[in-house]
Design a protein around this ligand. Sequence first.
Ligand code: PXG
Length: 294
Amino acid sequence: MDKDVEIYIDGKYYPKSQAKISVYDHGFLYGDGVFEGIRAYGGVVFKLKEHVARLYDSAHAMMLKIPLTQEQMVEAVLGTLRKNKLKDAYIRLVVTRGVGDLGLDPRKCATATVIIITDHIVLHDGEAKTKGITTIVSWVRRDPVDGTSHEIKSLNYLNSVMAKIEANMSGADEAICLDKNGCVAEGVGENIFVVKNGKITTPPTSTGALEGITAKSATALAKKLGYDITITNITPFQLFNADELFFTGTAAEIVPIRQVNWRQIGNGTAGPVTKKLMVEFKKIVNDPKEGVPI
Ligand code: PXG
């Protein structure tokens, strides 16, 4: 765990202790950049091409030019994993606007900085997966889609960080964020799903939620199992009265939610639909058809 991993910065590798960027990098000064969190399971990088495509979509929305093609980026990620001899890993892909001056004008940044961190994955204890986690609905609203929406996976995560702090201070495991109209958007780094009377719903991305790659997989699995999935507005009331709730995300995978603002959800443990989806998800993560082999 404390081994010094080799980190890719602009085509070169540096040991973790020497992997550094300039304090004039606009990713640091202004949060001007994009990122992806990706996982490798048993030698397969789950949905690597989809994550890279989303990175480029985020960058395109910010008019940030990435100095590699998507194919070169895929190869760079695989190369970094091979260099570190990792088969199960957490991958953080970061592209910043690059080094500029002390003004926010991106035209001062000649080239983007590309960083690939591949590290050992820190697994959370199994209790969250079997019993479910506790949550609070945070006062921190998701930025609207015409603001710094989470549709763009940018380096500005203060919105999520503020909500996470509130969860921490409340003794809850995670926070749920509402959109500006008071409907449910997502977690701080997870999408959210509701199960009620055998039907599954999830909020639209128009509330400012990220279009989650794990959410898409979970949706496909649920459909395969015969469940109806609808994208619709969800109120906090509907969360409180759900039969089951679960989060999806690269870090979280599929995790049951057993409490929202001190209200018990369903029978207060992982529900049957969530459990079925967790089993199916585990089966696909290291399938070469679902990702790219290292
Ligand atoms: N919403 C937001 C705001 C996210 O940042 C998700 C949903 C889930 O998306 P995916 O595509 O991963 O299913 C995310 C993902 C972290 C961390 O360190 C956060 C994410 C990914 C990886 C790590 O908290 N966010």
